[in-house]
Design a protein around this ligand. Structure first.
Ligand code: ADP
Length: 319
């Protein structure tokens, strides 16, 4: 193998740049040439491919987003689109590709692998929803952003003795809400993995009030319901004033935490090693504190397991 490529696809996530840097430099360290593909699969179809030198990925490890840009590309879901991509890859002499993205990007990568371009997936999404890995790139940074917001909201909730509903991202996964709820000391956490129990939540609010709690923070994952609807339901049923904060896209951006930079470096480097060893259709992950690689199809045929012991613990601690 002489030349490999790297791209970022789907939703951006902090730590993607650290992974790009690792792919480029680990490749160069092993005397490979590395090309960057701009704007995900769209760039692959349009031939937006450029050789990257070690210096081209300098000064990015600390930046959020992705230097290579990202995109959603419906054309790549068609066989004509994918054939154009393969032609461009062959024209540029690219013999293997590292795809940094979520499960949708992995599906695309598996299709490319079937067409003869070995692909390796690196999990990049703040949602932490990729089966086969305990953590995805960007989750830790997003979590810390949410915690910072909750701490600030708590000041107002306390001063005004209010019930605050905070809506966080995560698509269909509750990880971000769960970890943020536990770390932020939320009174209740609503996640898609658990049935929606409004009455139980209101009973907990009332119990807290009786023992002198002056405010409440309720974290709701976007995969359950929207924050505004939930706040109205609580106000109607519990007769308390509620306020809502929908955190939105601030959760996707920002300088990656040290943990996401380390994960990005480990994942990117492992992806290059796996490509060099002849691996194809493999995904990189972290399991029980070890970097692993596994069959990429697992990432979209199996379901992600949220650590529900955190949910139980949060309930025990937020009495
Ligand atoms: P994510 O990777 O964050 O889950 P998406 O689901 O939007 O984001 O997927 C990113 C891109 O991957 C899509 O825009 C498309 O180009 C490609 N993709 C997704 N699913 C498939 C598929 N089944 N076949 C081929 N390409 C796909």
């Amino acid at each position: 193998m002489k030349r490999i490529g790297v791209l970022t696809s789907g939703g951006d996530a902090p730590g993607m740049n650290a992974a790009i840097r690792a792919v480029v430099r680990k490749g160069i360290y092993h005397e490979l040439e590395v090309a960057g593909v701009y704007s995900g699969y769209q760039g692959l179809i349009e031939g937006k491919i450029e050789k990257l030198e070690a210096g081209d990925v300098g000064d990015i490890i600390q930046r959020g987003g992705t230097k290579l840009y990202s995109a959603r590309c419906p054309e790549f879901k068609t066989s004509e689109g994918r054939e154009k991509a393969v032609r461009n890859l062959k024209e540029h002499g690219i013999e293997g590709l590292v795809v940094i993205g979520g499960d949708g990007s992995y599906r695309g990568a598996m299709e490319l692998t079937k067409l003869g371009i070995p692909c390796i997936g690196v999990p990049g999404t703040i949602d932490n929803d990729i089966p086969g890995t305990d953590y995805t790139l960007g989750f830790d940074t997003a979590l810390n952003t949410v915690i910072e917001a909750i701490d600030k909201i708590r000041d107002t909730a306390t001063s005004h003795e209010r019930t605050f509903v905070v809506e966080v991202m995560g698509r269909d996964a509750g990880d971000l809400a769960l970890w943020a709820g536990l770390a932020g000391g939320a009174e209740s956490i609503l996640i898609p993995e658990e049935p929606y129990q409004l009455d139980d939540m209101i009973a907990r609010l009332e119990k807290g009030k009786k023992r002198g709690k002056k405010h409440s923070i309720i974290i709701v994952a976007e995969g359950v319901t929207d924050g505004n609807t939930l706040a109205r339901e609580i106000a109607d049923k519990a007769g308390v004033e509620t306020r809502v904060s929908v955190l939105g896209h601030i959760q996707r951006g920002g300088s990656p935490t040290a943990r996401d930079r380390v994960l990005g470096s480990l994942f990117g480097a492992r992806a290059v090693e796996v490509l060099m060893a002849g691996g194809k259709g493999r995904a990189i992950g972290m399991r029980n504190h070890q970097v692993v690689d596994y069959d990429m199809t697992q990432a979209f045929t199996e379901s992600h397991e949220t650590d529900m012991s955190l949910y139980t613990l949060s309930k025990e601690l937020s009495i």
